[in-house]
Structures are given as structure tokens and as C-alpha cells.
Design a protein around this ligand. Sequence first.
Ligand code: FES
Length: 483
Amino acid sequence: MLLNKFAKRDYSLVGKAQNAVALNDDLIEERVEGTWWSPDIPRKELKALMVRSDGPALFHFGLWILLLIASGWLAVLSWGTWWAIPAFLTFGTIYSSADARWHECGHGTPFKTRWLNEFFYHVSSFMTLREAHLWRWSHARHHTDTIIVMQDPEIQVMRPADLLKIMGDFFWLYSGPSEVLRIVRHALGRPDANVRTYVPETVRQKMYWSSRIYVAIFIAFGIWSYAIGSFLPLMFIGLPRFYGGWLHQLLGLTQHAGLAENTRDHRQNTRTVYINPVFQYLYMNMNYHIEHHVIPMVPFHALPKLHQAIMAQTPPPYTSLWQVYKEMIPALIKQAYENPDHHIVRPLPAPVVTELPLQERVNGQNGHQTLAEKPQTSAGTWVEVCAVDDLDEEEVIGFDHNGKKYAVYRLQGDNFYASDGLCTHEKVLLANGLVLDGCIECPMHNGRFDVATGKAVKPPVHEDLKTYPAERRGDKVFINLPE
Ligand code: FES
């Protein structure tokens, strides 16, 4: 009985219970829509926080590149002396903070210019040894099912807690080799059953080819090291993620370790913690982790402001890393040796209801339910959605009709568009998304569709959205729906 209690639990996505949810499972709509807690924040305030611009990210990444070059140069100069230890530790720490850059660029939020996000996403993915295509899909699933057992592929501390693994991963000794083996496996075109549940077949070829490029670079650097009889080249490619990974682990554990599993409230399974400015810079503000999870559309530089805006609705932030670890370490020891079900319970503030929660910002729930059928001027029926003034430029509004959800967009002036209201990826309400450069960005995983054509233009969405004619008639907005 006691042995059973401490037996390794099944966290695989295709485990014994076979309850993994495939991407095309109809149940996914039920799982995602309206199930997560979301903060109450006025739309205009939120929209201001979601604004994208290249400036802050160019400064941020520019400084990071300079730090990499400077610390790398010092490391080369120190090679062969005892100074190499602090020099490479510094370089490796900065290098391993590529993980935060991989993460941010994967969400597509730091830069306004898409190719810049993609460029830094692929470079940072390689640096942090997370193959770009695999981890884009893995991370999408992490946001859908954060710390839901057998559904989230990115649960860092499984129960009962394995303390050796946690400590070993301060130098990526436990998770690193298996991640490298996974890249090799994908280079051979052999994803395991877990990966097949969240990486769609249509993108697997890209994953294989990207993995092959990673492997080719490792081999090239290995040959170079062998040829010159020194492992100095490998100290710059591959190994930094190991010897410099301590800060990533120190900060990464604060995200979810020791907190609740299987809850749909990020305030119970995620932490926000204040850290010093140097760590915060290297971590790209991911210490505001509750804020990031509840609204992933907010770019890194605006997370502190989002924190201020919703802090009355979230548990008190931890004021230091010390405060986190003072609570987390005993909880993990307890999970390891006493009670694997133990977890920290965060105090929740009393609910505040000032206006509609984010997930209810749709017609039919916000007082605009004024359907009026217009005479037909084309196939289908023209249906009134709202007053023109209810929909600002560069905005979206949700609309329910005959039990179906639609999203109606206004670009500049009187350019109105309409589409199905649910994202084709995991059926999330697009009305909670962000209109950006003629696209709608999904609030769940930051996938994007062109609002005029419905074309899926940014992963993880890969299936187009159905669109409908929309126009201004007098001071009202109408959309044309099939009979
Ligand atoms: S639900 Fe994943 S991008 Fe929309």
C-alpha cells in the first residue's frame, strides 16, 4: 500500500488511462472554452497592454547579443586558466537565458514584425536545445492544459517529487540527455506516441528536417573539437545549456513546482514572484507568470503593468526567490517522502465583479443582442450585429446567432469583416483576441488568421477560418450568414 503511494505516477499523454485528448477531439471545445479563470480587466486597458512594437524587443535583444559577444570573448581569452570557470559560467548563464527568448518569441509577442519573432525563435530554440517545431506545439498544449496530469506535456515536477532530478537539472543533467536523444530520434523521423498526440502530422516533416539540422551542427562542432584536440568549440554550442543552466532551473521552478495539479485556475498552479532586475532582464519578465498564463497576448515588457492591473484579483506575489523556496522546498520534500498529493494552496482574494470577464465579451452576453433580419441583397441573410460605435477601429466583437458563434472585426474606417467565432486550433473564442495588422490573434496560443480571407497565417493554427460578408448599413453593422 505504502509502495503504491510512492510509485511513479503516469504523466504520459497516452498512459494507461488512455485519456489523452487528440487535437481533433470535439471535447476540446468543452475543455477549453470558458473553463479557465480569467481576470476582470476593461477591454481598452487590456488592448493598450497588448500593443506590439519592435522598439523594446530590439533594445532587449540587442543588449543580449552584446552581452553574449562580450562574455564569450572573455571566455575564449580565459581558456586554459582558472579564470575560465567564472568566465564560462557567466557566458553559459547568459546563453541559457535563450530559453526565455525561445518562449517569448514562440508566443510571437516581443516583436511587432513577424519575421523578427520567427528569426529569434529559431535561433533561441537551437541555443536552448528545444527543437523549434516540437516545442511550439508542446507549449501550445501546456497553455491549454497547464499542469493537468496526462494532458500537459511540460509538467516539470511530477509526483512523487524526484528531488535528485530537480537538483540534477540545475545543470540539465537529467532532462538534457533525454532532450538531445529526442532530437536525434526526430531526425530519424521517429516521434513517440506522446509527441504524436500534439504535433499534427502536417508539421512533422518540418520537425524532422529541423532536427536533422540540429544534429548536423552538433556533429560539425564535434568534428571540429576532435580535429583541434580541444572541446572549446563545444563550450559554445551544445554544452552551454548544461553548464550554464542553473539560473534557468532556479527561476523555472518558481513557475509551477509544488502548486496544485488539475485545477483550471492559474492562480492555484502558477506563481508570480518579484526578482532582482538582472534576473528579470535575463528571464524576460516571466517571473510575472500568472499574468503570462492568464493573458498570453501581453508582450514581456507590459507584464509588470498587467500585474498592477489585476493584482487585486490574484494571490499576493512572492516578494523574493527566498520566499518562494522557503515554502516550496518543504512542500517538495513532503511530496517526495510523505504525501505525493500534498501541494501549496494559494490564498485567493474575494471575487470582484465590475464588468464582464474576458471570456464573456461576446454579444448575447453583453447587452447587444439586437437581431434584426434585413431584406436579402445576396445569398444568405443579413443579420444586425451591433451599432457601428460599439466596435472601435482595429477591434473585434463576438456575436451569437442561432446557437453559433461569430467574430466581427473592424479594421480602419468602415472596413468590417466577419468569421466563425472559434479558433480552428482548439475552439477558443476569437472575440477575446487581438486585431493586429489585419489579423486576429487567438488569445490562447497566439495563432493568427487574416481577418479578410480567414487564412491561417501563424502557427499553431493551420486550418483556415470560415469568413462571411460584413458591412455598415446606416449606423449598424450587419453580417451575411447562410440560411
Ligand atoms: S486555440 Fe490555439 S491558437 Fe487558437
